[in-house]
Design a protein. Structure first.
Lengths: 609, 284, 284, 609
């Protein structure tokens, strides 16, 4: 059993509220949920939608076809009426949409009128809509009532009650007027919906870096209340639990959510969040904070990151740990501010002048985002290097269900020398040569030892020098010694599906979910596996898992990327020499839908058959 | 109490006769006078001749990028508001490359100090015009002379309500030491623009030129009067006022920020994963 | 003479009730009144709600990066000083991200115009504080409210000796049109800061709030008096002065630059390789 | 016959004057000259040197050993006394150096005293030194007199005469006191000096992109007056002759020289040079100027380029041509401001968010710098893309002799639509779809047609849009169509030496000269060739010249780079799959000396034997 509910309308009409409440409801009811959003760069008007897919089995992507479309305006009807499943229904309020459709395929519900009648408040129309969906699906209202109570309790009992009656009225109306609705989540899945829990594909998910991928392993329908998390909150929680104490940034979609999350947390926890005057200041502040002794982070999108590049090299030269969150969006320049792309990988891999080690982690799901954020903080501080969390608008805005997050799964070790440690130190040199290349990092002011560092080439003390010998030793220390150690920390890519696959679908970052689901689907009839990279730089070695062997043994290898030039494939060739047999690229600013990817993979298959 | 000797750093690589040498000497005297130990202060500097400053004394040092002293300095102070933070920049550094940070640092009003070694030229890169170079000055990059007005840091700072605005001169060590101490002791963001001769590249605004023009603002000047301060700030030509031009004591950012106001510095506030782990609960 | 209809562009994507709509309408009226044809002007804008402005009228358009309107605008005018150039920016755009360019554009004093659509908030990115947001304003990013003083663009511009400094208000169309025309006709760098309501994100400085406070500076105000201008510029609270606050006519950069002063625009000066090929001779 | 003269001392002592006058003298006398400089980031004091190598045969690099050392201070004597050739002489004035050395290996000349005696002016001491060298070499003073006249004529006849007498006195003193000097340029080359003009290696230099490399082809001693040019002036002249009309930059070593050159030219030619408030402004100004209708350029070093990255993407998105000169120096961050490195290649290749075509040209000599600057302007404008000239401190400061430059060798075609062209146009769309991807570029204001462009994704008219279809078409136009056409414009690398080499030494950019000379030297006994890349992106194809075949056929392939991580080799593997057999890297901020490189190559050879 699975359904997709899409809510469409203009910015400002509240479709985000409807969508997110529905998603939460299904998650609390124990379903697997996957949501994604599509919106324009404007505050009011335009056309946006919020899509909620839920099922009693593992899902990790969106589909193109819709079972229930909640249309808040005419454009929504026009744009999406061709995307309905057979038996699907477009739900709308003729008073808002100012048009009458149907009756086939449409369900008229006077949201506004019901809101006025039951709560005397137009603003309740979204609650009516949510109630109506519950009614159509034959779901009980208890969970919704709880949710409404939680949400509105701060506004007083009256508002809660108004909302609950509005929801009830919506539900009642729907149950009454949708007698022939095919949607019933209590009954067997409707025709066309697939259940691939019994998928034959052997999973070697345990090779995955970021904890085992529990969010897709449980498939018992409506088993228990689930966590619902998007990529933004996942990064925020990861940073918080990693001990991030300073976050400086300049607003930029799709990274602002992380800043707002941290700002909100600063109301309760010891955490300073400062909006900088520009991105240059943002990264320099994060570096200053780290020098002063706390874990720090900044976040931005590609255009803002462009302004941080000099700061990156400053972090590298002064060996100051810093974590940088980059949310990709279609570019170059301003591009599509609210849409998605994987166009910044090579940029991050090579940006800035000079040579130094860096870490790039590109999570594929909120769960990976949480644990990899933890890993970014740990590696940044352990090796005193910059570490990136590379996300994108798609991951930032998609919600996944998961069973839970384990704070203990995030390592926390304070690598800095504090007052106590420094007492024992006789002479302190910020950039002392060491076997590992990692020098002791003291908190300035915590002792009489001076902490000196410089963006110029410097000696062990941190003072400016110009001689060739010191330069050679510093490059050795900063780069050549650290690099192999850092590479050993990187987990191999995840092979999901057949262990000896004839076909390997490779992907990285946010394409994880959709490729996994596609591979599971194709795995029913093909010998296929997904190879997903979430830890990208230093590029994973093959000691722990010889993924190159798997690729070379495969008959068909396809690299799926949300960009035009196959950036990951370029990096793969540069690092390993491996060349993919085929590529699937999408660069229109939209993420891959499951069915669309399946089509593309079939096409590629036929071309190579 | 620290001794002068404790502040001896590397040998300066500045030119003989450079005003920076006098600024350095005066700074060390100010430190001793204030009783600040080397480890109790962090100097953040940029790139330029002035940027080399912290290497020539002893202190915690973050010698960062050209133009980016203030973001680093502010963050250090936010993380450890018991650490004295001094940002040292050149006129190009601070008013050119770093102009935007300068504006917003004045707004934030953290309790930090900024020295601008204002030689009215780009020294390290060999003599191009800086934002404070006088109109008409010919350089290798400005063959027709600078064609527009210099930036007036004093007027700008008064307009931005900078909480302490002063001008010193490397050639007047006695006054300069007093100004340095006042700036370091001021609670809030303190700008001290220090006119500094550059014998190698600034052949116009020489030591002699400054000496003839610089005069201390008199006791009749009330630095708390913003309009009067603006009037004084506008003066730069045959006569150049030095001293404290404007002072507006008011709350600093660290006093307004609940995470750190009246609390231990952030860097010393304890952290444990358990304290924050519960934040995941909301997402069920 | 151009007709209003000639300035009709794409349909605005702004929110209903947004002050930008009034600014746009007023701008078109000003263009018609001045008799400027669409192809005779280039609008350079940044990113933000204000940045969309040129798409909603008809003109040569360079809609560049967030914060970077002024460098582009200045270069266009240097290359073609017969082209009218209007830079349109948001308050975040111009005083935040682009603060440094703003400072130095005032110094360069090219004959270009700058409109800042000052809604005291970041509109496009959904309501964070901008440099002009009032102290205390709570947002999703500033949970404790803005903790420091807003930037005062008028005072800053007077301190930088900006050659034309004016403030308008989107709700006073008649005055705004006059100010737009005066700014566009002013020879030199003209700043017009336009207070603009943002019904979606600025719930404090609403249309009503501005209406209650904005008043036109009277005929007794002498915009050529810099100190008086500074005094007026400092006023922002219960009463907000609008109109021309400061005016300092002086030579523009294009008048001082020998390559283009009193000459055809650079873009129309002929080029041939022969004219320059001889420069290789010096290296024998 | 060949000699190396090194002048060392403190900044401010005038060693640059001595070095450059000597270099010019030898060039005017018809010798082949190669100079390089080594200096610290300080204005006075420290230790710097200026090295002039000259010969009657092709030279294109510096050597470690010195024939004549002019020591202006004690440090110079101490640091370089071990670098003297047998029979070499250290020339010094005990009054300046404040120490007495020798007599073996030293020649005392009282520069200051002679200056005072003959011209009554201490400042003439450098002229005395130059005169003395002429005397030691047995050279006539006529050329020096001409040069002094040219240089000082503006200061009046008297100054000229004083200089000439000072030079004469220096020369006389040297002739008298250096009776046993082994230096005589009129006679046969001294033992150990090599003449490889007859080198057996077949040259396929004609495959080179940037004109044929004439500076190394002529080898007749003292044949005719030569041009003496460094990499800085070469780029400046190239830009000027390419029709560059606008240069905006922020000072940064080693790019400031180009800005100063252009500023100087603006006194005579229609050219606006503006010092920007920062590098962000610099590139945005260059883009604005280009939009307005003239060819424009900016220049910087790695740290400043970091701040230009967002502007790069703006140029790409708005399809505004711009030429960017980047002078590399050791990094990260501030690094070594006055030294050299090839550490920014991958950064330039991949910097900025999003995907778009770019051109990277990395000249190997001043001559290549001149012609490739021309090519950068042409390609930038023809394809409306950003084009880089990638140089470094070494190339910027080294002087080479060459027979001449051909202004006609720089293409000049105005690709913009001007008033006349626009009259015929009915509807004008700045970003019109075309077969080639290149849209018509009109001068704004030249007609009633409006020129509209946007950093957001836009339609053909240049207006902001958000639909997927336009996005796809624009990426197609901007990137996918242009890329192959642009690649076809790129010339193949230069193979110099044996046409079927057993050993290939690969290099790029400024290592051209030293690798060429090393290969010529080794070519006497080995089957070897140099493969030099000066046009790097789009990466050269193999249609015109199958260099991959040459590499694959070779027994030994070595990639020589002035960096620690073999960036070019990385790019080579990513683009072609080819993996070099060995690497020679140097990253101490100094360029390769000829003998040092020969040693390294021998070591590599032995390791692989
Ligand atoms: C991003 C960047 N741009 C340019 C430079 C080159 N640079 C170094 S110092 C300097 C200017 C120095 O002038 P100023 O700040 O006035 O300091 P001074 O040397 O006069 O003390 C410049 C342009 C740099 N290091 N980094
Ligand atoms: C380099 C960069 N940083 C951040 C952004 C995101 N951004 C777009 S508009 C904007 C601020 C908008 O505020 P303002 O300039 O006041 O314009 P408004 O929308 O209020 O008119 C921001 C931060 C961006 N596009 N580019
Ligand atoms: S160049 Fe000027 S500022 Fe720099 S050290 Fe020399 S005299 Fe001082
Ligand atoms: S968010 Fe504000 S500024 Fe932007 S369009 Fe809406 S009302 Fe106008
Ligand atoms: Mg200076
Ligand atoms: Mg705004």
């Amino acid at each position: 059993m699975e359904y997709t509910i899409r809510t469409g309308g203009q910015a400002g009409q509240g479709l985000q509220t409807i969508g997110s409440v529905l998603a939460k409801l299904f998650a609390r009811s124990g379903f697997q949920v996957f949501t994604h959003q599509d919106y324009m760069s404007r505050i009011r008007g335009g056309h946006n939608y919020y899509q909620v897919r839920f099922a009693d089995h593992s899902i990790s992507s969106s589909r193109s076809l819709v079972d229930i479309l909640i249309a808040l305006d005419r454009t929504t009807v026009e744009e999406h009426r061709d995307s309905m499943t057979p038996g699907g229904l477009i739900v709308y309020d003729p008073a808002t949409v100012k048009e009458k459709y149907g009756p086939e395929g449409f369900l008229e519900i006077p949201f506004r009128q019901i809101a006025m009648d039951t709560a005397g408040n137009r603003l309740m129309e979204n609650t009516v809509a949510v109630g109506a969906i519950m009614g159509m699906l034959g779901m009980e209202l208890q969970t919704l009532e709880e949710l409404l109570t939680e949400t509105f309790v701060r506004k007083g009992r009256e508002v809660v009650d108004q909302n609950i009656s509005a929801a009830k009225a919506g539900s009642d109306f729907a149950r009454k007027n949708c007698g022939d609705c095919a949607f019933d989540i209590a009954v067997t899945p409707p025709a066309g919906a697939e259940n691939n829990d019994s998928g034959a594909s052997a999973k070697t998910d345990s090779t995955n870096s970021a904890k085992s991928v529990t969010e897709t392993d449980s498939a018992s329908p409506a088993s228990s209340k689930k966590m619902l998390l998007d990529g933004t909150v996942a990064v925020g929680l990861g940073a918080l639990i990693s001990g991030c104490r300073f976050y400086s940034a300049y607003p930029m979609t799709p990274s602002t959510g992380v800043m707002n999350f941290m700002a909100d947390q600063s109301r309760k926890h010891s955490l300073v969040v400062e909006q900088a005057e520009d991105e240059i200041a943002a990264i320099n502040m994060a570096i200053g904070a780290s020098y002063a002794g706390v874990r720090s982070m900044t976040g931005t999108a590609g255009g803002g990151y462009a302004l941080m590049v000099e700061g990156l090299s400053l972090a590298a030269m002064t060996e100051t740990p810093v974590v940088i969150f980059v949310g990709q969006r279609p570019a170059p320049a301003t591009g599509f501010p609210t849409r998605t792309e994987q166009g910044d990988l090579l940029n991050l891999a090579h940006s800035s002048h000079g040579e130094f080690p860096r870490v790039i982690l590109a999570p594929g799901s909120p769960e990976q985002a949480f644990y990899l954020t933890g890993k970014a903080f740990d590696l940044a501080e352990k090796y005193q290097v910059p570490a990136f969390i590379l996300s994108d608008q798609y991951l930032a805005d998609t919600e996944w269900t998961l069973d839970g997050l384990d704070a203990g799964g995030i390592p926390y070790h304070d690598y800095r020398l504090r007052a106590g440690d420094l007492e024992k130190v006789e002479t302190y040199r910020r950039h002392a040569y060491t076997e590992s290349g990692v020098s002791p990092m003291a908190e300035p002011g915590a002792s009489r030892h001076l902490v000196v560092t410089d963006s110029d080439e410097h000696d062990e003390d941190g003072h400016l020098v110009e001689d060739a010998e010191t330069r050679n030793r510093m490059v050795d220390k900063r780069l050549l010694r650290k690099l192999p150690l850092l590479r050993d920390e990187i987990s191999p890519p995840l092979l999901h599906g057949n262990e000896h696959p004839e076909t390997v679908i490779c992907c990285w970052g946010s394409n994880y979910g959709v490729v996994m689901e596609a591979v599971d689907r194709l795995g029913e009839s093909e010998n296929i596996a997904m190879l997903h990279f979430s830890e990208i730089l230093p590029f994973p070695g093959t000691k722990e898992f010889d993924y190159l062997h798997v690729l070379r043994e495969a008959k068909k290898t396809v690299c799926v990327e949300n960009n035009a030039t196959s950036q990951f494939a370029h990096l793969m060739r540069a690092e390993t020499g491996f060349v993919f047999g085929a590529h699937v690229n999408k660069y229109d600013g939209r993420p891959f839908m499951l069915d669309e990817l399946l089509d593309e993979l079939r096409k590629v298959g036929e071309a190579h058959a | 109490m620290p001794e002068l000797e404790e502040f001896r750093g590397q040998n300066p690589a500045w030119c003989p006769g450079c005003g920076n040498l006098q600024i350095l000497r005066t700074f060390k005297l100010a430190m001793v006078a204030l009783g600040i130990e080397p480890h109790e202060i962090t100097i953040v500097s940029g790139i330029g001749q002035a940027g080399k400053f912290p290497h020539y004394t002893r202190c915690n040092t973050f010698n960062g990028l050209h133009g980016r002293t203030l973001p680093v300095a502010q963050a250090i102070h936010l993380v450890n508001h018991e650490m004295r933070v001094l940002a040292v920049a050149g006129d190009g550094d601070c008013y050119g490359e770093g102009g935007n940070h300068f504006l917003h640092a004045m707004r934030r009003n953290l309790n930090i100090t900024l020295f601008v070694h204002d030689n009215q030229v780009y020294g390290l890169t060999k003599g191009q015009a800086s934002p404070t170079t006088s109109e008409g000055t010919v350089t290798g990059t400005q063959p027709f002379g600078v064609l527009y007005e210099p930036l007036n840091p004093m007027a700008l700072a008064v307009a931005m309500d900078c909480s302490f605005v002063a001008r010193g001169f490397s050639g007047n060590q006695e006054q300069l030491q007093k100004l340095m101490q006042a700036a370091l002791e001021h609670k809030g963001f303190a700008l001290l623009d220090i006119l500094q001769n550059c014998p190698s590249y600034n052949k116009i605004n020489t030591m002699q030129w400054y000496k003839e023009r610089c005069y201390p603002v008199g006791p009749d000047h009330d630095p708390s009067d913003r309009e009067a301060a603006f009037r004084v700030a506008l003066e730069f030509g045959d006569r150049i006022p030095t001293g404290v031009i404007y002072r507006h004591p008011r709350h600093t950012l660290e006093e307004a920020m609940p995470e750190i106001a009246n609390r231990e510095p952030l860097v010393r506030q304890p952290f444990s994963q358990e304290d924050v782990a519960g934040e995941t609960e909301r997402y069920y």
